[in-house]
Design a protein around this ligand. Structure first.
Ligand code: CDP
Length: 228
């Protein structure tokens, strides 16, 4: 089935916990289907990074909201945002309701582009794009995710310890799932993709199969609805 040439917009929402592999899957799906991709984690990472650089307290909701309202797309280019520390800062600013509210419009406008888009994050299928064509919840055990993150950091020459990364992943999971606003959880209509036993290639192949199946079904449903 050739979804690339379809006329209906294709909005793909990818959610899941830290280091489950959603970033790689989202990037590759966007490339495969010829769609723009927004890594929404970068928005929260940029806010955390800017606050830390200016010596602000990331737990100050009003201050964080002002930074969120004035975020510039160029702020997302800072290479330090990919780092582990920015991820920790992001998860602290992401608990603030006012910060999340300030970022909704930007994300929805991105998702509303003509041909569609791929967005990955924590609340894409539940809050930002509840009508996404396809929702995938990418997950893996905390141990596998900690191992992947440790190997990634070691490969970059960082001196890291598996036990510490595992405990940080667990506390980040607890903070992301336990927060009051837009907690991390799978949308009821999301397809779960557990990558614990899959390498990158297999996880990507599975994600493509999910998109083709779900988007194919939704096109068929719309067609049969129109013809009745
Ligand atoms: O993949 P990883 O968790 O390392 O990074 P990320 O996706 O960039 O997310 C960093 C943090 O930002 C998460 O722990 C969440 O607290 C927060 N986040 C969020 O709350 N909502 C999103 N849509 C994306 C990220």
């Amino acid at each position: 089935m050739d979804l690339k040439r379809g006329r209906e917009p294709l909005v793909i929402a990818i959610d899941g916990p830290a280091a489950a592999g959603k970033g790689t899957i989202a990037t590759r799906l966007a490339d495969h289907f010829g769609l723009p991709h927004l890594d929404t984690g970068l928005l929260y990472r940029a806010i955390g990074r800017i606050m830390a650089d200016r010596g602000f307290d990331v737990d100050n909701e009003d201050l964080a909201a002002v930074i969120a309202e004035n975020l510039d797309p160029d702020d997302l280019r800072d290479p330090r945002l990919r780092g582990h520390e920015a991820g920790e800062l992001a998860s602290r600013v992401a608990v603030h309701q006012k910060v999340r509210a300030a970022l909704v419009r930007f994300q929805r406008e991105f998702a509303g582009r003509d041909r569609g888009a791929v967005l990955d994050g924590r609340d894409i299928g539940t809050v930002i794009c509840p009508d996404a064509t396809v929702k995938i919840y990418v997950t893996a055990s905390a141990e596998v995710r900690a191992r992947r993150r440790t190997d990634e950091l070691l490969a970059k020459g960082r001196d890291v310890d598996y036990a510490r990364i595992l405990s940080e992943i667990r506390s980040r999971d607890a903070r992301d799932s336990g927060r009051a606003t837009a907690p991390l959880k799978a949308a009821d209509d999301a397809v779960r993709l557990d990558t614990s036993d899959l390498d990158r290639e297999a996880a990507f192949a599975e994600a493509v199969a999910i998109v083709e199946r779900v988007a194919g079904n939704s096109t068929a449903e719309r067609t049969s609805f129109r013809s009745t």
